[in-house]
Every structure is written in C-alpha cells, then in structure tokens.
Design a protein around this ligand. Sequence first.
Ligand SMILES: Nc1ncnc2[nH]cnc12
Ligand SMILES: [Zn+2]
Length: 341
Amino acid sequence: MSEAGSVSLPKAELHVHIEGTLEPELAFALARRNAVELPFPDTEALRRAYLFEDLQSFLDLYYRLMAVLRTEDDFAELADAYLERAAAQGVRHAEIFFDPQAHTARGVPIGTVIEGLARALDASERRHGVSTRLIMCFLRDESAESALRTLEEAKPYLRRITAVGLDSAEVGHPPSKFREVYEAAGALGLRKVAHAGEEGPPSYITEALDVLGVERVDHGLRCMEDEALVERLARERIPLTLCPLSNVRLRAIGVLEDHPLPRMMDAGLLCTVNSDDPAYFGGYVGDTFHAVREALALDEERLRELARNSFLASFLEDDEERRARLIAEVDAYDFTVELPE
Ligand SMILES: Nc1ncnc2[nH]cnc12
Ligand SMILES: [Zn+2]
C-alpha cells in the first residue's frame, strides 16, 4: 500500500544522514528526557526555522539540534523511527550515514552512537523488511587529524560499518585533505563514498574519485558544469546519490522544475534519488520520488530506472540474491497501487 503523495516503488535509500531524520516532535521528547534546553519554544517555532540560505545555514541548526541525542536508546529510537517511515514509503534497503564527530565533540562516546544505531539496524529486516548498512562520515570542516582519530576510535566497531563518507561544509575543504584517512579506511576493508559537487566545484568530484578512490559520489550535482567529467562518470558507471529536495531547500537549484535530473539520466549517468535530511527538507524518499515525478514529468519507466539504479549502486554485494529479488520487484511493480492525491 502506498502513502498518499509518496511513490512506494521498492527502492534503496543510499543518501540519508540519520541525524537529519530527527523530527521536531522527537527532538522535543528527547530534550525533555535528557534535560537539554532547545532554543525554540515548541515544534511549530522550530519548523519555522527551516528556511535555509545555503548548506552552512542548515548545518548550524542541524548540529545544534543534535544536542538532544545522548544515550544509546536515543540513537536506537531515532534510527527505528527513520526505518519505519522509510519502509512505509517503499524503502527495502538503506545505507545510512552518521556523523560520529558531531557526537564525540559533545562528550557522547562513539560506542554509544554505534551501539544505539546498530540495535535498530539489527532489528530492521525483521521489523520493517529493510536491510541496512552503516556509513561513518568524517566532517570535512574538521581537521584531517580529527578524522584519523575518529577512525581509530571506530576500530572496535568495524564489523558494524560498511563504508566511510565525507560530509559537512564543502567549499574550502577539498577531498584531498582526507587522502590519508581514506587510505587507512581502505586498508581496513571499508568501502568509500564522499559528498562532492553539492556546493563545491566539479574538480572536487574528480578528486574524490582519483585521490580518495570513492566508488560512489554523494550529490555530484555540479558535474553538469564539466562535460568531460559527465562522460567519465557515465563511462565508468559511477553512481551519484542525488537529493533533489535538499538541492532546492539549500538553494543549489532555484525550483525543483529546474533540477537537471532528467538531463543527467539522458547523459547516461547512474542516478539515484534520495532524501538527505528528510526531517528538514520536506520529505522522505517516497515523497521525493513523487515530487520529482510531478515537477520533472518523469514517466514510470524513468522511475523504475531510478529504483533499479538504487539497488545496483548499493553495497549489496554480499547478498546478490536479495539484490536480484529487489530488482525483479521493481520490474514487476504495478503503478496503479499508487493512491491518487
Ligand atoms: N546535505 C549535506 N551536505 C553536507 N553535509 C551534510 N550533513 C548533513 N546533510 C548534509
Ligand atoms: Zn548529504
């Protein structure tokens, strides 16, 4: 069954920050439980603050609100709430980012974060029918040494972590700053992704590929400014985890109708559509599919291609049977089950 205004086609979500799924209601509940004061009187006032100028103005609020997350239970509750919502919108597999430095800097140990998230992720297939992977992101506006320390602190929990990523304020913090920690992560058997080309230039995408050795690029939107790079990404089948609602809310794109997604697909890019920070940007991934379908006049075949791509680009290599089954479900999906608005 589909939620109204959401496309419940089976899909993987490959770009979601778990801290960006913190809904105002849960934020206030956790604030009460943990005796943390929030700089807003109520959820409505908080929601009114969700008018962003750019990535940094969003990040300021995103990091501030995280102060309510303190215990293993908090992280488990946050992740379970996301997985329940995602499952209701057709998500069958989720590769979830978390930002350990944003928590350790506040005195929350990395083990509290990972054990809490892992509790919800371990129960997810049984409870929600959603398989999961965890991606540990380094904050690119922190130092390379801090990233190396974080990787060191994560060593007891590596069996929980599939990949490393790179997020936070992009401009002025090129991927090459993190060459050493990516090399170390690769040596530990971790896979590699990185945000690049969200606000930063196309050269950051090239660096992420050539210096960090990433297999997948998060956003990658600004590749469209460099024809040779587009050709390369298409030829090498490098997946891009696009987040169209985020691009509009953070003003990388004026209006959704102007999003280059159709042109990117026409250019042969392996595009996926994701929510990024759904509590802040106006929708979970099923809502995002619905929004791009309407704004960009994507037909059913295009939506199927996006859903197939999400499984092809996922880290499901250790479960090829599941991947094949999920792709077959996409092929067989009957769009007439989508509810009218
Ligand atoms: N859209 C985004 N870009 C970079 N870092 C982020 N952290 C959370 N959301 C992000
Ligand atoms: Zn992101």
